[in-house]
Design a binder for this molecule. Structure first.
Ligand code: NAD
Ligand code: IPM
Ligand code: MN
Length: 347
């Protein structure tokens, strides 16, 4: 079982360290970890945020555990040299098109949500975010118009096969849950979304057992706060999924709690918290590592087929929270390593 560990920047290495400790505490016999630089850390060392050797280590692994990338000192570099290109490059190069971002309120943590406890308590949803297309990967630029004004532009597009394959992921996920799929788009304004909706409707014919609905993204943002319990699986494009998942994290309680799996057509997967490198708290030892620990659990489940071990890790995190161990993000005072200790202890 070869795992590529890419800690990255800011709090990335801090939270990744705790997730690795948890994996090691499981005592799996043939776990082989290979570390590689990525993001700003890689740029400063090699001149590129995703060095060829990092990409090759990732490609030849069974799974990738990823921290976060993003470094304010790199924000004015040419775009292709910025840290964020590393995660975008990994997703694209490795065909990781299906991003699963589960959001569920932990028992006893209802009071930590930004929502009223009785509203928060009902949250148990999964955002299925398309990860290889949309406005993220279209042509883009800043040009000067004939009258001298600068204009920024980004091409948004989805081809029907791209929509079809993520729709199938959404429907199948719903089959394994409560049987409800909500497709989120902006078909009232965007042609990209109109095609998205048409294709999702076509794919629905294969899944008569699933209750399909459609929602515009602005309404979805509102409904996520009004009554998030109505959602089972949400399937949406790259940009809308990015935004809605950060929002869902605060409905649950903190962005430090939400894990993700980025899956390909094969068995290779990349596992990362949904948050970034959090430069504002990096180096202080206060970041919540739970999102990354829960990402490691998803790695065990989806790439290594170790369901029992994944469930053990998730139960240890739930117990840690139930016992009142909370980071600053949840109004507590436990540091990153203390939270890691507490999870390992409960394993
Ligand atoms: P962010 O997610 O890094 O931080 C947003 C806020 O949440 C900050 O106040 C931060 O302190 C807090 N936060 C995030 N994770 C936390 C944790 N585990 N525990 C406690 N608090 C936490 O988003 P941002 O500030 O918009 O972006 C910072 C950098 O990260 C940027 O360079 C951005 O491009 C990058 N980024 C990378 C990824 C990724 O690697 N997948 C994801 C998002 C953002
Ligand atoms: C995420 C991040 C990334 C995204 C950035 C860092 C490119 O926000 O993983 O949610 O937009 O996908
Ligand atoms: Mn994001």
């Amino acid at each position: 079982m070869k795992i590529a560990v890419l800690p990255g920047d800011g709090i990335g290495p801090e939270v990744t360290r705790e997730a690795v400790r948890v994996l090691e505490a499981l005592g799996l016999a043939d776990l082989e970890l290979t570390y590689a630089d990525v993001g700003g850390a890689a740029y400063h060392r090699t001149g590129h945020p995703l060095p060829v050797e990092t990409l090759e280590i990732a490609r030849s692994s069974d799974a990738i555990l990823f921290g976060a990338v993003g470094d304010p000192t790199c924000d004015n570099l040419e775009r292709h040299l910025r840290p964020e290109q590393a995660i975008l490059g990994l997703r694209k190069e490795l065909g990781l098109f299906a991003n699963l971002r589960p959001a569920k309120v932990f028992k006893g943590l209802e009071d930590a949500s930004a929502l009223r406890p009785e509203v928060a308590g009902a949250i148990d949803l999964l955002i299925v975010r398309e990860l290889n297309g949309d406005v993220y990967f279209g042509e883009k630029g800043i040009r000067t118009l004939p009258d001298g004004r600068r204009q920024g532009w980004d091409m948004m597009s989805y081809a029907e096969d791209e929509v079809r394959r993520i729709a199938h992921v959404g429907f199948k996920a719903a089959q394994g849950r409560r049987g409800k799929l909500c497709s989120v788009d902006k078909a009232n304004v965007l042609e990209t979304s109109q095609l998205w909706r048409d294709v999702v409707c076509e794919v629905a014919a294969d899944y008569p057992d699933i209750e399909l609905s459609h929602m515009y993204v602005d309404n979805a943002a509102m409904q996520l706060v009004r009554s998030p319990g109505q959602f089972d699986v949400i399937v949406t494009g790259n940009l809308f999924g990015d935004i809605l998942s950060d929002q869902a994290s605060m409905c649950v309680g903190s962005i430090g709690l939400l894990a993700s799996a980025s899956l390909s057509e094969g068995t290779l997967g990349l596992y990362e918290p949904i948050h970034g490198s959090a430069p504002d708290i990096a180096g202080q030892g206060v970041a919540n590592p739970m999102a990354t620990v829960l990402s490691a659990a998803m790695l065990l489940r989806h790439s290594l087929g170790l369901e029992a071990q994944a469930a053990r890790v998730e139960a240890a995190v739930a117990k840690t929270l139930a016992d009142g161990v909370r980071g600053a993000d949840l109004g507590g005072s436990h540091g990153t390593a203390q939270i890691g200790d507490a999870i390992v202890e409960r394993l």
